[in-house]
Design a protein around this ligand. Structure first.
Ligand code: DX5
Ligand code: ZN
Length: 220
């Protein structure tokens, strides 16, 4: 298991002051920027595209940007996000026509590749591609909105993915996304996650630094 990463989801940031708010959450101790891309097609919400990511880079954000694609189709937007400055790109297997090809596209574009599992998406999508992945992202809410409640069955699923990653012997990160807070992050870490996305729990807190350090303390 790798050192813990906290990835604030800027879905819950102030979109009218996105650069400033992103810089603020990084200064408060966030490691990565989690960048949620929703298309009003694969998920019922519409957020931000490559131009917004590029604008954050131009503003001076140099942290790792972790692009979570909740879009369909997937492939044609991948090079655009890579060019805009993404470091990692994940996608939902059921949104891609050719999962292995999409993983290849992401890696050829110079980004780390991740596969995302909704609460009800079976893990057998991992069977033939695990050795090509840099990370696995487990959703602990249904994708589309911030501020939802953590679905407890995600913990069993986390343990199962942890087993598969350990069996592979490869340094694959295990990321969890949805309803993560200082109250449940200890149990989530114990179940095997090493990379933690949190949106509302950080951005709705009065003090980002306090919220992030409470999470780090709870990870242990
Ligand atoms: C949900 C997004 C999440 C979201 C998490 O579809 O993928 O990244 O921002 O927000 P919270 O932490 O509020 O559940
Ligand atoms: Zn996300």
């Amino acid at each position: 298991k790798q050192s813990p990463i906290i990835a604030p989801s800027i879905l819950s940031a102030d979109f009218a002051r996105l650069g400033e708010d992103t810089a603020r959450v990084l200064a408060a101790g966030g490691d990565w920027v989690h960048f949620d891309v929703m298309d009003n097609h694969y998920v019922p919400n519409l957020t931000m595209g490559p131009m917004v990511l590029k604008a954050l880079r131009d503003y001076g954000i140099s942290a790792h940007i972790d692009v979570h694609l909740m879009v369909k189709p997937v492939d044609r937007i991948v090079p655009d996000f890579a060019r805009a400055g993404a470091n990692s790109i994940s996608f939902h297997p059921e949104a891609s026509e050719h999962v292995d090809r999409t993983i290849g596209l992401i890696r050829e574009a110079g980004c780390q590749a991740g596969l995302v599992f909704n609460p009800a998406t079976p893990l057998n999508w991992l069977d033939h591609v695990l050795d090509k992945l840099d990370f696995v992202l487990l959703m602990s809410v249904n994708p589309g909105f911030g501020g939802q409640k953590f679905i407890p069955s995600a913990l069993d699923k986390l343990r199962e993915v942890r087993r598969r990653i350990d069996d592979s012997g490869r340094a694959i990160r295990l990321e969890v996304d949805g309803g993560v807070s200082a109250d449940n992050i200890g149990a989530i870490a114990a179940a095997g996650a090493d990379t933690f996305v949190a949106g509302s729990a950080i951005f709705n807190a009065p003090d980002y630094a306090a919220a992030i350090s409470a999470m780090r303390a709870a990870i242990g």
